[in-house]
Ligand binder design. Structure first.
Ligand code: COA
Length: 202
């Protein structure tokens, strides 16, 4: 799966854009060097994947589930295993990995049409350019077409405005609010979690 989009300037190629289905009103084209594309991260990219994941956990401990110090100590085989167990979609600026989003498909046969979305992260250098939103959309397209997924669930720390806004803008809606749903980093109390879901057909 590879999809591309073009952040920044106004689209110059609306009729020939290979990703016309992503070119809704907010789409903008850019020069070749600014092209972002999305693909499932494979084992050959494990070093970059590890580096981006550790950056994410170090720079943004509050919204993400895992703990930097624990993940940093893990061998590369654990990162290979992460890529095998989950569908991890990456955003690439040229060959540089600048974003990740995880999808965990339920193992039970009767729930295997559903996935949990977690670990969505965009590098600071490309935030606010629709990378997060379109990485999610690329992931959903792959999940639907290649894994038979019909609906996705996720949970967002209640004060994470950026993540909530991004998820609501692509069709997620709140199902319930969980008081004290996640422990804060360094054991400093708890935060509420907003549980959300999205039907991929909607
Ligand atoms: C949340 C995150 C992935 C968003 O990525 P992004 O590429 O900057 O987001 P996008 O550019 O695709 O923005 C999508 C929508 O969210 C909104 N948004 C993004 N960042 C925002 C912010 N800081 N404040 C308010 N709204 C924000 C955008 O305005 C846009 O909506 P709009 O077009 O209606 O204005 C990114 O901020 C991030 O990596 N944060 C740290 C990790 C994290 O919080 N992950 C979520 C775990 S649940």
């Amino acid at each position: 799966m590879t999809t591309e989009f073009h952040p920044n300037k106004k689209c110059r190629y609306p009729d020939v854009c290979p990703q016309a289905h992503f070119c809704m009103d907010s789409w903008h084209c850019a020069s070749e060097s600014e092209l972002i594309h999305f693909k499932v991260i494979t084992h050959s990219d494990v070093e970059q994947f590890r580096s981006v994941r550790l950056d994410a956990l170090k720079n943004n401990p509050m919204p993400l589930l895992d703990v930097y110090e624990i993940e940093k100590a893990k061998p590369i085989s654990d990162y290979l295993s992460l890529l095998s167990k989950h569908v991890v979609t990456g955003a690439y600026a040229k060959e540089k990995l600048v974003g990740t989003t995880f999808a965990t498909i339920f193992a039970q046969p009767r729930l295997s049409h559903k996935a949990i979305i977690w670990g969505t992260y965009v590098d600071q250098s490309v935030r606010g350019k629709n990378v997060g939103r379109n990485m999610q959309l690329a992931s959903f397209k792959n999940l639907k077409e290649n894994h038979g997924i019909r609906q996705c669930i996720a949970a967002v720390v209640a004060d994470n405005v950026a993540a909530l806004k991004m998820n609501y803008s692509i069709g997620f809606f709140q199902t319930y609010l969980e008081r004290d749903g996640i422990q804060n980093p360094n054991g400093e109390g708890y935060s509420d979690l907003v549980h959300i879901m999205k039907y991929l057909d909607d």
